[in-house]
Design a protein around this ligand. Structure first.
Ligand code: C5P
Length: 300
């Protein structure tokens, strides 16, 4: 039986979902410059869209045009890393439609990078093992490995180690973003945590989804950055107040900010609240959990 030649895709599309940190604790500062943390991540259905078609060179165009891609264009870095690692001699024309705001703690750049690794592999016919994908993802950023799977997961280490995964009760959240972004590195350094010799596991948590610990975090989680950043950026408190006054519960920051979110009673209430926040000139979105970090569609 003759082998059928592998047909290269004509086009690969990916939806790269955002994430919320339902709970985030910092356990210490490590000698390598990173912070050890424990966080409950949940991917949500606000998504950037990546479209890749074959081309001799690598060219990336972003919509809206002129948008700061942030963190040195993680999509380009992801695709360059793949090409270098697997000696790919061809390129791609890439369109990135940005919906997830940058510098908001929603993981937009990280999610784009994870999606670029998977979509680029499909386009160029390379098959990295899951371990190879994870290692490339971590080279690109601490949050990137999470997006390879997405869903709900307790993450530890720099943010890349999966401590436990499962399903949370469905919820609807309202996001609110002020007019400013907060650079991740600046948020971490603002905590001024001394170098830690050793740190234990967070005493709060059992990292399973069997007890009430994880589901309890949908409304009851806390964010270790919030009080410090609220002193540095007073605008954050105004947003928190808006979300609370609109009836959202468990209002808190995601990641290292600047976006805040709260849990709405239902979709109708969420839409009304989001509209009223937008009417005041802030960014606002209604989101629901997703089971995966991305959706990739290959057309041949
Ligand atoms: O890993 P990533 O590139 O997303 O991190 C950006 C910056 O955020 C790092 O250079 C570091 O200063 C800070 N960071 C940290 N601890 C983490 C993750 C990020 O201090 N766990």
């Amino acid at each position: 039986m003759g082998a059928t030649p592998l047909k290269r895709p004509r086009r690969v599309e990916a939806l790269a979902f955002a994430k919320l940190n339902l709970h985030l604790e910092i356990l210490g500062r490590r000698p390598d410059g990173y912070h050890e943390l424990v966080s409950l991540f949940q991917s949500v259905d606000l998504a950037d869209r990546l479209t890749l078609v074959p081309s001799a060179y690598l060219r990336i165009c972003v919509t809206p045009p002129g948008l700061q891609l942030g963190r040195h264009n993680l999509v380009r870095r992801a695709l360059d890393l793949l090409r270098e690692r697997y000696s790919v001699r061809t390129g791609a024309r890439v369109r990135l439609l940005k919906k997830i705001p940058s510098g908001a703690g929603l993981g937009g750049g990280s999610s784009d990078a994870a999606a670029a690794l998977v979509a680029g592999s499909a386009l160029w016919g390379i098959r990295p093992t899951p371990a190879e994908l994870r290692s490339m993802a971590l080279e690109l950023g601490s949050d990137v490995p999470f997006f390879l799977r997405g869903g709900a997961a307790w993450m530890g280490g720099r943010g890349e180690k999966t401590l436990g995964r499962g399903r949370l009760p469905d919820f609807v959240a309202v996001l609110a973003k002020p007019g400013f972004a907060i650079p991740t590195a600046q948020a971490f350094s603002s905590l001024k945590i001394p170098l830690t010799r050793g740190w234990g596991e967070s005493s709060l948590l059992d990292y399973s989804f069997d007890s009430d610990a994880a589901p309890g975090m949908v409304v009851g989680g806390k964010n270790a950055f919030e009080s410090r950043l609220a002193r540095l950026y007073p605008g954050l408190l105004e947003l928190k107040k808006l979300l609370r006054m609109g009836g959202a519960r468990g209002v808190r920051m995601t990641g290292s900010g600047s976006a805040m979110f709260g849990i709405a009673r239902n979709e109708v209430m969420a839409r009304e609240l989001s509209k009223s926040i937008r009417a005041r000139g802030f960014g606002s979105w209604v989101v629901r959990p997703t089971e995966r970090g991305m959706v990739v569609i290959v057309s041949s």
